[in-house]
Design a protein around this ligand. Structure first.
Ligand SMILES: [Ca+2]
Length: 500
């Protein structure tokens, strides 16, 4: 199904005539290959599943009843980080059509739902840093202005611990199993079978926050390396492969016998990768038991021990890796952006938003999922950083069930309109220059991992960061932090009134 979508998107891009109103996939199929439709008579129930146009089966109808909201205003409370302006929520509300595809799609989506249910959408985005305090003030005073809050994960945790968010599994009209809600988010972020945060096609910010591997294709050529897509295809895209490629791709450009930002460094990196790589390699910072309750177990696995040593050795190898956090005075991510742009960096494992930011880059680049650790690891696991945006319903909402109703309507419409628009932007000729990247983007977006640690800050992140970045002994560092982490887990469960 994903492959078919990819092919369709590739066709759309090649034709370069993407219009939002004409994106009926079934029409595309019928137009281009009439034989296909003739060849699938309706005589055999279920036979369509075996045949080519499976993608046309995807329904964007949430099956909601007819409803008239009487023209009432439905307000989203979203984040507006002035310090990290790139992480501002921009896929919820917009004023009008401006000729930019994501903006215009958001407008169109809201317009359709607004008409259908006689409701007016509005957005309030507090200035930097005051999301939690302003949301708290509203909830505590019983102010029903806000129907949905869209916090990043850490702020969701702060609101959750104060008891301000509704368990969305209790709400009418919300089908959390629908494909416009990310099933990985539901599985990873539920706690005691309750769920307070939703991620999905409604907001593209979590796509931006998803980790991937950026590949400088010019350097792949220059060093005579195989493109990572070849390894992905053969299921050999793992840490060994990645390291081997890196070993041939650092160059002491200024010939001073040392490796730093004046050179070409194979693996551009950042502090976040201390934990992101562990997740990439198949783990969660905090696991969950059979009752969906969190527990900490990183200290009990020898495999985790050796993975952490491996990541640490690699990230601290000056020849192979350059961590922009060690070059604050040179601009942090702006330094690695520049290096990547100037063909002084082969790979960069980072968030998808870097892909969008690099749209003006002259050099060809591509993306791949973050590599697996080894052949033992079954699935890719691309972490979604906490800076994204999650749909939550505050207990102060005018009607939590109405919040759920409109969230469901908007999310389904986002699946239909906003997701293809995001693919178009992320993979447009201007941004990503090779068609394999479409397939790669599917692998990135459809293999995500969300971390409860990002919601509650139990302490596992800082322990792992210390191990990887400072080269501390994993066993003793994890053992030293275990008691505190467990205490924090118990505290969170008691805040949420969940019995162990
Ligand atoms: Ca040098």
């Amino acid at each position: 199904m994903k492959r078919v979508l990819s092919v369709l998107l590739a066709l759309l891009m090649t034709a370069a005539v993407f219009t939002m109103t004409a994106c009926s996939e079934s029409k595309e199929n019928a137009d281009t290959d009439p034989a296909e439709t003739e060849g699938t008579p309706d005589a055999v129930p279920g036979a369509e599943a075996e045949t080519e146009p499976e993608e046309t089966e995807e329904s964007f109808d949430p099956g909601l009843p007819a409803k008239d909201f009487g023209g009432r205003t439905f307000t989203f409370f979203t984040k507006n980080h002035s310090s990290w302006s790139d992480w501002k929520e921009s896929s919820i509300w917009t004023e009008g059509i401006v000729g930019e595809i994501l903006n215009d799609t958001v407008y169109e989506r809201n317009d359709v739902i607004s008409e259908q249910y006689n409701v007016v959408f509005a957005e309030y985005a507090p200035n930097s840093g005051s999301f939690v305090s302003e949301a708290e003030a509203a909830v505590r005073s019983g102010d029903a202005t806000y129907d949905v809050l869209m916090p990043p994960l850490n702020n969701a945790g702060a609101l959750l611990k104060r008891g301000f968010l509704v368990d969305v599994t209790t709400l009418d009209h919300l089908n959390i199993e629908a494909n416009w809600w990310d099933q990985r988010a539901n599985a990873d972020l539920s706690i005691g079978h309750k769920l307070y945060t939703l991620s999905g096609d409604l907001s593209t910010l979590n796509n931006d926050a998803t980790w991937c591997t950026m590949i400088n294709l010019q350097l792949i050529d220059d060093f005579g390396l195989d493109k990572p897509y070849v390894y992905v295809k053969n299921d050999e895209w793992n840490f060994d492969t990645y390291k081997k490629m890196c070993e041939t791709a650092s160059v002491d450009l200024d010939g001073d016998g040392d490796f730093d930002s004046d050179d070409s460094i194979a693996n551009l990196t950042q502090n976040e990768n201390a934990t992101a790589m562990l997740v990439t390699f198949g783990y969660h910072l905090i696991e969950k038991d059979e009752n969906d309750l969190p527990f900490f177990s990183l200290d009990t696995s020898e495999r985790v021990d050796s993975i952490l040593r491996d990541i640490s050795a690699f990230m601290n190898d000056k020849k192979l890796s350059l961590n922009y956090h060690q070059y604050g005075s040179l601009g942090y991510h702006l330094l690695t952006t520049k290096m990547f742009q100037e063909n002084h960096g082969l790979f960069w494992i980072t968030n998808m938003q870097m892909v969008i930011r690099l749209r003006e880059m002259e050099t060809d680049f591509g993306i791949a999922p973050c590599p697996k650790y080894d052949e033992q690891q079954k699935d890719y696991q691309n972490v979604v950083w906490f800076v994204g945006s999650y749909a939550t319903v505050p207990i102060s909402a005018q009607s939590p069930d109405e919040s759920a109703f409109l969230l469901e309507a908007l999310a389904a419409k986002s699946r239909e309109l906003l997701r293809p628009a995001y693919y178009e932007v992320a993979l447009s000729k201007k941004y990503l220059r090779d068609k394999e990247s479409v397939e790669m983007l599917d692998l990135v977006i459809d293999n995500r991992a969300y971390e409860l640690e990002h919601v509650f800050s139990f302490g596992a992140s800082s322990a792992v960061e210390t191990i990887v970045l400072s080269g501390s002994d994993p066993a003793s560092m994890l053992a030293r932090n275990k008691k505190l982490i467990n205490k924090q887990i118990d505290k969170a469960l008691s805040d949420l009134e969940i019995e162990r």
